[in-house]
Write a protein that binds this ligand. Structure first.
Ligand code: NAP
Length: 270
């Protein structure tokens, strides 16, 4: 996706993946400056710990507590979080949804759920339910959100009655758990499927498979469904703009991401 974008804008850059072990994180981050790289993306499991090794962390990334994009500027390493605005941009562009004044339910309390919860809270939602398999993680995230935003926040587990009650008035349900992701495609994070009703927007951060069981069940009940490819593309587009200072060719990036994911699916079915 990034390499196609560089090619499209005729930029003499390339994007490479490095598998960095937890114990090597400090050395790997230091090497970004030493090697004169323009920047980097950071992914699972380094997004939170990487903050300790940067010269500067932008305000929203610090609030979320996670960095997924590093820019090297004048020898200084600056951390950003493009997952949160990337998710919001996908909601607006793909689903035509503005979170202002809405009621939302988030499943999960890991790194992605944190970015989504902050994005929605700062986007002006009126109420937010955070439901997670591990209740104490949901409660901790709910506490963090209520310290930084004015919306009403509740926390619960994935099985209680609270989740059904919250879904009855929700405009948007976001799955930010990894339940349903390849190869566990039979898993569904929600037990009360009857709570999925026509008109509800269901956004699953997972993009492999392209439609999780949750999205298939939601679609069969008349919900509007979206997978995580939009968030993947928009967080990448925002990172591209931070690195290059140029407008990202979003359509080219989306086509490249969809092609690459199509190839992954073909390999998995062999
Ligand atoms: P993470 O920090 O490891 O968190 C995983 C979350 O999933 C936790 O809330 C965990 O609950 C929950 N979970 C795992 N297995 C479950 C199961 N069988 N049933 C119910 N809940 C389960 O991972 P993450 O970084 O937040 O990523 C979560 C998902 O978002 C992944 O599928 C990832 O691919 C996707 N994602 C997509 C994008 C995008 O651009 N589209 C960006 C980031 C992440 P416990 O706390 O109880 O363990």
């Amino acid at each position: 996706m990034q390499n196609e974008a560089f090619k499209e804008l005729r930029l003499n850059c390339c994007y490479l993946a490095f598998d960095v072990k937890v114990d090597d994180l400090a050395a790997a981050v230091k090497a970004i400056g030493a090697l004169g790289l323009g920047g980097a993306n950071v992914t699972i499991p380094h997004k939170e710990r990487v903050l300790d090794y940067l010269d500067e962390v932008e305000e929203q990334a610090r609030l979320i507590g996670a960095v997924n994009t590093i820019v090297c500027r004048g020898g200084r390493l600056i951390g950003y979080n493009t997952d949160a605005p990337g998710f919001l941009e996908s909601l607006r562009a793909d689903a035509g949804f503005d979170p202002g004044g809405s009621h939302v339910v988030i499943l999960g309390a890991g790194g992605a759920a944190r970015a989504v919860a902050y994005a929605l809270a700062l986007g002006g939602v009126e109420s937010m339910g955070i439901f997670n398999r591990n209740l104490s993680r949901a409660e901790a995230l709910a506490r963090d959100i209520s310290r930084s935003a004015a919306c009403k926040v509740e926390a619960g587990d994935l099985k209680g009655v609270a989740i059904s009650r919250a879904l009855a008035r929700a405009d948007l349900l976001v799955n930010a758990t990894s339940a349903g992701m390849h190869p566990h495609t039979d898993e569904v994070p929600l037990s009360d499927l009857a709570a999925l009703r026509p008109g509800l927007i269901v956004y699953d951060l997972i993009y492999n498979p392209t439609k999780t069981r949750l999205l298939l069940e939601a679609e069969a009940r008349g919900c509007r469904v979206f997978n995580g490819i939009g968030m993947l593309v928009y967080q990448g587009a925002l990172a591209f703009e931070l690195w290059t200072g140029q407008k990202a060719p979003v359509a080219v990036m989306r086509a490249a991401a969809e092609k690459a994911l199509g190839n992954v699916k073909k390999e998995e079915s062999v």
